[in-house]
Design a protein around this ligand. Structure first.
Ligand SMILES: C[S@@+](CC[C@H](N)C(=O)[O-])C[C@H]1O[C@@H](n2cnc3c(N)ncnc32)[C@H](O)[C@@H]1O
Length: 276
């Protein structure tokens, strides 16, 4: 993320207020040593806005504009780094432990959730992977739900236009098949095939969920690293409840499920399966 000159200079109590909002509303844990990062992100949020001090911005959260400002604050504080085929080993596990198992039973219904999908690289990778790896892929009933709370990345996910650096791990054949270069730019637009069965929606993972499941796989990768242990444990339990038996939970490769989760078994690096 680009650093902006810190015109915000949060006071102790303002920094504490931001920490509490992030924790209470979004489950986001901001460590005390992240003050200059928060300062810089709030400066960026304030530049071009009507607010001249962080106090004014925070004070407006209770006004009629409050929800808009709150959304801007989340967008400014969240980290959205992603790319196509990030942590690609998980897609091979998905094939071995979910797709092949379902195919062998003649079960062609597939439900996947990308929770914390950022700008859509992850769900679009999933769709591409399914087209390439399901036998008679058009005959499968595929639904992928992609959710995030950050408004700006959800807009990008819906647009489906990506810079070449995000496509570095897509091989030349798939790039040709599933992407079209946007005229006059170096960027690529996803083919409508990658949007088939894909629903993109705004969802705060801390809120109640309307989805009932069961999902065959849930990808929540590199999202819970910004949360404290208690929040992570609760989320993992909620994800487990939405998985069918044999369904898989994938978290980021630098993350591990901790605590007691008797319904989950580990099947690989940061990959878990619901066992009962
Ligand atoms: C680093 S990105 C990970 C994207 C993708 N899963 C991947 O691994 O490439 C983390 C995403 O989690 C989202 N996120 C963080 N807290 C959230 C919450 N409480 N509800 C919904 N999304 C959240 C952020 O907006 C961000 O887009």
């Amino acid at each position: 993320m680009r650093d902006f000159p810190t015109k915000s200079n949060l006071s102790d109590s303002e920094f504490q207020a931001v920490i509490s909002i992030a924790q209470d509303l979004w489950g986001m844990h901001i460590a005390r040593d992240k003050r200059s990062l928060v300062n810089s992100r709030m400066s960026r949020l304030m530049s071009g806005s009507k607010f001249t001090t962080p106090g004014e911005l925070l004070g407006s959260l209770d006004s009629s504009d409050g929800s808009k400002v709150m959304q801007g604050l989340f967008d400014a504080l969240s980290t959205n780094h992603t790319e196509f085929f990030r942590e690609a080993e998980h897609y091979d596990l998905l094939k071995k432990d979910v797709l092949d198992t379902k195919a062998s039973k003649g079960d062609k219904k597939l439900r996947i959730w990308s929770a914390g999908c950022s700008n859509g690289c992850e769900p679009h990778t999933l769709r591409l992977f399914l087209w390439e790896n399901l036998a008679q892929s058009a005959s499968w009933d595929v639904r992928i739900l992609a959710t995030d709370l950050c408004r700006s990345v959800l807009q990008e996910a819906s647009r489906g236009v990506y810079e070449p650096r995000q496509l570095e791990k897509v091989d030349a054949g798939c790039r040709k098949k599933y992407f079209h270069q946007v005229q006059g730019t170096p960027n690529y637009q996803v083919d409508p095939m990658l949007k088939e069965g894909l629903t993109i929606a705004k969802l705060n993972l801390m809120d109640p969920w309307k989805m009932k499941g069961p999902f065959d796989a849930i990808f929540c990768r590199n999202v819970m690293i910004y949360m404290d242990a208690d929040t992570r444990e609760k989320l993992v339990r909620r994800f487990t409840d939405l998985l069918g038996v044999g369904g898989m939970l994938f978290i980021g490769t630098s993350e591990r499920v901790q605590g007691e989760h008797p319904k989950l078994g580990s099947v690989g690096p940061s990959a878990y399966t619901r066992i009962s």
